[in-house]
Design a protein around this ligand. Structure first.
Ligand SMILES: [Mg+2]
Length: 215
């Protein structure tokens, strides 16, 4: 951690699961590696009875640390949404840094993004301690009901123009804090309901094309 450079003109903040990846890798992993805890907790999470901040660690901490390498291996094979690498090229050319925000675990996100690490400014996610028999989750960016409170990270970048990319309810609060929003799936529907402006996307080519034309 330590001090992070935050004085940029423009910063892109992107969600990871269902945004950079095609699938919801984190919930698939929880179902595969913690089937009983997931079956018990997911309905309570969806009904809002418990928060992500409580529920996600409760599921993860039933997983033996010895299984973590297998989880990372799954993540190394996760499919990325089309156009991600050319999108990184666009950002490099334009000097726009990318911050990836995820309510998953940093080591899992990094297992997928390792080939692109030098082109990503920062990954903000929860941490895992593997020294005990079971996973232990900590999150320096937990706030409110969220394991990773995304708008809090956007605030660190002060006056920078903030471009947000996301797909889900957990991206809604950061979308409200963004100057320009790219949305798909549930996030797009939620922004429609609130009559908020956004640009619809399905692939990263859509986003690159928009940035090349309008930025
Ligand atoms: Mg997502």
């Amino acid at each position: 951690m330590g001090n992070v450079k935050t004085d940029f003109k423009t910063v892109i903040f992107s969600d990871f699961d269902g945004t950079i990846t095609e699938e919801e890798t984190f919930s698939l992993l929880m179902k595969e590696f913690a089937p009983e805890a997931s079956a018990r907790m997911v309905p309570r999470l969806l009904s809002g009875e418990i928060s992500l901040r409580e529920g996600v660690p409760a599921v993860l901490e039933t997983i033996p640390s010895a299984l973590f390498p297998a989880m990372e291996e799954r993540m190394r094979r996760a499919r990325l949404r089309e156009g991600f690498e050319p999108f990184l090229d666009t950002l490099s050319r334009r000097g726009i840094p990318l911050v990836v925000l995820s309510g998953s675990l940093e080591l899992l996100v990094m297992a997928t993004l390792a080939p692109y690490r030098d082109r990503i400014l920062r990954v903000v996610s929860a941490d895992v301690d593997l020294s005990g028999e079971f996973l232990r989750v900590t999150s320096p960016h937990a706030d409110r009901d969220e394991l990773v409170y995304k708008p809090g990270v956007l605030e660190e970048y002060g006056k920078a123009k903030k471009i947000v990319i996301g797909d889900s309810v957990t991206d809604f609060s950061m979308a409200r804090a963004g100057d320009l929003v790219f949305a798909r799936s549930i996030l797009a529907r939620k922004l429609d309901e609130e009559s908020r402006k956004y640009v619809k996307f399905e692939t990263f080519f859509d986003i690159s094309n928009f940035l090349e034309s309008f930025l």
